[in-house]
Design a protein around this ligand. Structure first.
Ligand SMILES: [Zn+2]
Ligand SMILES: [Zn+2]
Length: 782
């Protein structure tokens, strides 16, 4: 029998996920000799045996890998057989350039759940049971290499039993860094508001308090949550009042899938998302509330959908079983502050909200909010990509020549570090509007730089001079700055999400973003590739009366749009005018004056205006609320659409006639048409106008692919209508499935643009001017 020996390198997420014991067991099963070890580049293997067995071994490396492993590449080079016997786990090799990746936090696996429920197991009902295939990762890592001392488990010394498992290659907990048990690991405590421990078993007591209607702050994986009995109206209402959160829906945790099905419609794709090891909050369509509704009205007031998630830590599993019904589980913060994650800070900040604190002594190193997804066409559409996803890198097919830091936008802030073929998109940071969030941003950047050994030479930023992320970028020394226009970044993020480089027709619909001409954009049609873009069309421009005030008060946008639609002849019998009679004329005058009323092509603000006209709401408590509620109002069965003109302006750009839509809305309302029909016809009309504009541009540009991005495309009705109509007309359509279409995806887009410009420069080193792509007109590329 001819022997072969090969040296094998495995790259990807292969450390801290049980890869070496897996290789060890696989080689043992196949009777192969050799060794396996970790080094800076991932896992190295030497394997010797019959040629075809070695072949089977190589195949199985990828196909049978442990659940948390992400194999990016397996390369094998031949060696001379040595005749050694047995298979060994080699000591780790230190040094070299760090290339290893860190796994996201992962939901408790079935094996651990079995132990949790087994009275004979030494980890029976232990709220911190974990193993190589599950448990905390990213949120406990302080530094690399990923070893226990570099995690927040460093302070817990392994007991003899745990140490034996940790050192046994045949054990499921071999080199599982967070391994622990009741004898040696973290412990729970239930404290009152003053920090005094409550009598009794903490978990059972916390559950009892929840059932009695108390609000309990629960220390979880990436921060503190606030929990309340989801069926109790007084409990949920108290939580809402104390948190200063007026309408924004709360998420509900249910014990298992059938609990989700009792509350909502769950299709197979949604069930898979709920039960995935990432365990995001999944937005589901609610069932009509029946008698004895399991969820109180104030959980998600007036909302047709409900955010539902399954337990993802042993603590959650035990708590849900003990409470016996769904609980509200919402971020531990007051209004828009970042989620609390340090114990002292949590007690201080949440002391006025939580009646009780269910805590433990395992420190959280990085704050990570729950992720939020929706299903679109059976694929995940992320709305917030955080716990369970970050920091898993996004692979891109075009390597970054130099290391890049992209600073993102302002709302729903994320940053992105990139090198080689990897983009490391950060966890959700929040709205960069206060010191606390900004500190979280700067600390996050430093942490990611260290973990992934990224030393940015190129720093990409938004063009908005007042964003804290822009200011941060501009203050960095010794780096090359790359300004990226907001909506170009949206389209580039959609391209990067799909691993494409363009050129495409990019439709970027969002709230507000700084335009290349210094005005406020937000309803943009771009001809774009990764490197550059040309503005080819936009939504009709109206004034934003009162600037920021118009964002908080959609009725102001109604005034601006009605003025544009009826040229002064405002239909005074519209309720929106009557409701705001005191200030209406003043705001119309403000809009016409152009002072404190900057012009904008924002699509988000058009939704606000229509929502106000239809009486959905005149003021919002959170960004995008009016638009979300307008979508909820719309009757999805209605297929007819308001016509909207699509015509070139003087400047040669296509203009989508928003005023046509607003006029039709007001006229139908005056004629007594039901608001759900009007809302649907408006959605359908905007989708039709968008498609018509794309068709006109296809004629001119010869481009048959459309990329849809921007926060407005979180609206499923608009997204579905636009995608369907585009496909029917023969377009290829790119949508988001790995990063959110909202501003959380901006940093990835910026990184992709900076990388593309860097590649262009590298190919043409003599060029002094900033590179321009084939689609970039002068002065529009940022
Ligand atoms: Zn496990
Ligand atoms: Zn132990």
């Amino acid at each position: 029998m001819a022997l072969t020996r090969a040296r094998v390198r495995v790259e990807g997420i292969v450390q801290g996920v049980g890869f070496r014991p897996f290789v060890h067991a696989l080689a043992g099963r196949l009777g192969l000799a050799g060794l396996v070890g970790n080094d800076a580049g991932g896992v190295f293997v030497e394997v010797e045996g019959a040629a075809e067995t070695v072949e089977r071994f190589l195949e199985a490396l990828a196909t049978e890998a442990p659940p948390l492993a992400v194999i990016e590449r397996v390369t094998a080079t031949p060696l001379t057989p040595t005749g050694t016997r047995g298979f060994a786990i080699a000591p780790s090799e230190a040094g070299g350039v760090r290339q290893t990746l860190i796994s996201p936090d992962t939901a408790t696996c079935d094996d651990c759940l079995r132990e949790l429920a087994d009275p004979g197991d030494r980890r029976y009902r232990y709220p911190f049971v974990n193993c190589t295939n599950c448990g905390p990762r990213f949120t406990i890592v302080r530094d690399v290499p990923y070893d226990r001392p570099a995690t927040t488990m460093g302070g817990f010394e392994l007991c003899a039993d745990c140490a034996r498992e940790y050192h046994d290659p045949a054990d499921r907990r071999f080199h599982a860094q967070p391994v622990c048990c009741p004898a040696c690991g973290p412990a729970l405590a239930l404290l009152d508001r003053t920090g005094r421990p409550a009598a009794g078993e903490p978990l059972a007591e916390a559950a009892a308090r929840l059932r009695e209607g108390a609000v309990v702050a629960v220390k979880g994986l990436g921060g503190y949550h606030l929990a309340a009995d989801a069926a109790s109206e007084p409990a949920v209402a108290a939580l809402r009042a104390r948190k200063h959160r007026e309408d924004k829906p709360f998420a509900v945790m249910v014990a298992a899938l059938d609990g989700a099905r009792a509350l909502c419609q769950v299709d197979p794709a949604e069930a898979a998302m709920l039960a995935s090891p990432r365990r995001p909050i999944v937005l589901l369509r609610r069932r009509p509330p029946g008698p004895g509704a399991a969820v109180a009205a104030s959980v998600a007031p007036g909302n047709r959908s409900l955010g539902v998630l399954l337990p993802y830590t042993p603590l959650h599993h035990l708590l849900l079983a003990e409470v016996g019904r769904p609980i509200v589980l919402t971020s531990g913060n007051v209004s828009d502050e970042p989620i609390a994650y340090l114990d002292d800070e949590a007690r201080e900040r949440l002391g006025g909200i939580g009646d009780w604190f269910l805590v433990h002594d395992r420190p959280i190193h990085v704050r990570a909010d729950d992720s939020v997804v929706r299903s679109f066409g059976g694929r995940e559409l992320p709305l917030r990509r955080s716990r369970g996803f970050a920091p898993q890198p996004l692979g891109v097919p075009w390597p970054f020549p130099r290391h890049v830091l992209a600073c993102g936008a302002e709302l729903k802030s994320t940053f992105c570090l990139a090198k080689g073929g990897h983009a490391f998109l950060s966890h959700h940071i929040g709205d960069l509007e206060n010191y606390e969030t900004f500190r979280s941003f700067t600390e996050g950047v430093e942490h990611f730089r260290r973990l992934f050994a990224v030393d940015p030479e190129v720093v990409a930023h938004d063009l908005h001079p007042e964003y804290l992320s822009t200011k941060y970028a501009l203050e960095l020394d010794g780096v090359e700055l790359e300004g990226v226009q907001h909506h170009h970044a949206h389209v580039a993020s959609c391209l990067a999400d799909n691993g494409e480089a363009g050129p495409v027709l990019g439709v970027a619909f969002d709230g507000l973003g700084f335009g290349a001409d210094g005005t406020i954009w937000g309803g943009e049609l771009l001809v774009a590739d990764l490197e550059g873009f040309r503005r080819a069309g936009h939504l009709e421009v109206v004034p934003l009366p009162g600037g920021a005030a118009a964002i908080k008060e959609p009725w102001r946008m109604a005034a601006a749009w009605l003025d544009a639609a009826f040229e002064g002849r405002v239909a005074a019998r519209l309720d929106v005018v009557g409701r705001n009679r005191d200030r209406w004329e003043h705001v119309v005058a403000l809009a016409r004056s152009g002072t404190a009323a900057p012009p904008t092509s924002s699509a988000g603000r058009l939704f606000d205006a229509v929502a106000a006209i239809l009486g959905v709401r005149d003021a919002v408590n959170y960004e995008g609320q009016a638009a979300v509620e307008l979508e909820q109002l719309a009757d999805p069965r209605e297929r007819s659409a308001y016509p909207a003109g699509v015509a070139p302006t003087d400047g040669g750009l296509l203009r989508l006639g928003g005023a046509d839509l607003v006029r039709a809305v007001a006229e139908d309302l005056g004629a007594g048409v039901a608001p759900p029909l009007i809302a649907a016809r408006f959605h359908n009309g905007l989708a039709a106008a968008t498609v018509a504009a794309c068709e006109a541009l296809r004629e001119e540009e010869g481009l048959g692919t459309v990329a849809l991005s921007g926060g407005v495309f979180q609206n499923m009705l608009l997204l579905e209508r636009t995608v369907t109509a585009l496909r029917r007309r023969g377009f290829r359509v790119l949508t988001h499935s790995r990063v959110p279409p909202n501003d959380a995806g901006i940093s990835l887009g910026q990184a992709a643009v900076a990388g593309a410009r860097d590649r262009a420069r590298a190919q043409n080193p003599g060029r002094e001017e900033p590179p321009t792509s084939p689609v970039t007109g002068p002065g529009t590329g940022g």
